[in-house]
Design a protein around this ligand. Sequence first.
Ligand SMILES: [Zn+2]
Length: 156
Amino acid sequence: MTGATHVITSVSLAAALGFHRPSKLIVAAISSVICDIDRNNSLVGRFIPILPKLIEGTVGKRTITHCLPIMAALGLLIWTSYPSLLIPFILGFGSHLVLDLPTGNVALLYPFPKRFSLNFGIPPVFIESFYLMGLGVFFTLNWTNVQTHLKIIFNF
Ligand SMILES: [Zn+2]
């Protein structure tokens, strides 16, 4: 998925779950794109070009920056410093990992070499297009129902 798709998803998720403060939405957005620091053509990788080369040359793409142990370590760091930002961080980082599964192999348990993916049998570009189309239709047609159900489920 592209950086824009990750940002749209994480900020939409955070907003739908009741996180409306700019600081929380910014954390959700940043944590959704920071994973792709391992790609030189990514939103974040373009700003610090040395990091993608370094990461790809040593551990490879979608490894250390796309794994649950790093998400847990960063989450612990955030929880001890700014506890109110933990959930927005998890929404951003976690949604990135989930959204990358249909478009490639992700080493979720790095340093263990096992890679995970979801294969729908269609090219990744179509998966992203269908996903964005569905997201737009979902929020447009059912926004009131979505809010009502989320408030009931999460009691907010
Ligand atoms: Zn990624």
